[in-house]
Write a protein that binds this ligand. Sequence first.
Ligand code: SAM
Length: 229
Amino acid sequence: MTEPSYLAEVRESYDTVADAYAALVKSPTELDPLSRSMLTAFAELVQASGQGPVADLGCGPGKVTAHLAGLGVSPIGIDVSPRMIELARTAFPDLPFSVGSITALPFADDVLGGILAFYSIHHTPPELLPLVFAEFHRTLAPGGRLLLVSHVGSGEHRRPEQAYGGLPVSFESYRLPPGRHARMLNLAGFAVDAQLVQEPDESLTWKIASFLAHKPTVDRRSPGAESFS
Ligand SMILES: C[S@@+](CC[C@H](N)C(=O)[O-])C[C@H]1O[C@@H](n2cnc3c(N)ncnc32)[C@H](O)[C@@H]1O
């Protein structure tokens, strides 16, 4: 498939801010207790299902990927930004990292035991999310687990000119209502097992939502699901 045009802006922006982002982003052990718990529950569920490796999609500088490894799963980090992947490989030389996009995952069908998308889908235009969730569904093994964590809101989007200490960026950020993510996941064939919405507070700047889901062993997709946005 031809690369969607917004991806060039995302790649270029994250290449520009990668070093600053890596220095600023919290270590997963410093995250709020609920976010840490979701990561731990996800790793435990993946281990219990006894399936294959876990893809950390939009892994950035790899800190969460390394945290997953510490929780006992076998992670593979994927990111569209070559600079992010370079930083991840330097910081965690024993873990596998590759450049790739969530819109066309570099995996065969049914091979992953888990997928983590941790703050990596909010630059994807909402009309392309069904395609992204179809890729998640295609590559997860039946019984495989998904943990999706994203900024949410009431549907607004913005195009910041600067980020991460004033560096220039040109991507858009979308904040969808959490019910929309859940509906799209269902239509992509996932069973959504748990949803957690966290309001902003002293440790969270934005409202966020986490979705724990799995790929059922029986295909639940209905014809036309891919066109839903
Ligand atoms: C806010 S950072 C989060 C990084 C990491 N998950 C973390 O929590 O530290 C968003 C990351 O998603 C990546 N990203 C955005 N769109 C992507 C896409 N289509 N495919 C792969 N990575 C993408 C960006 O390059 C960036 O590294």
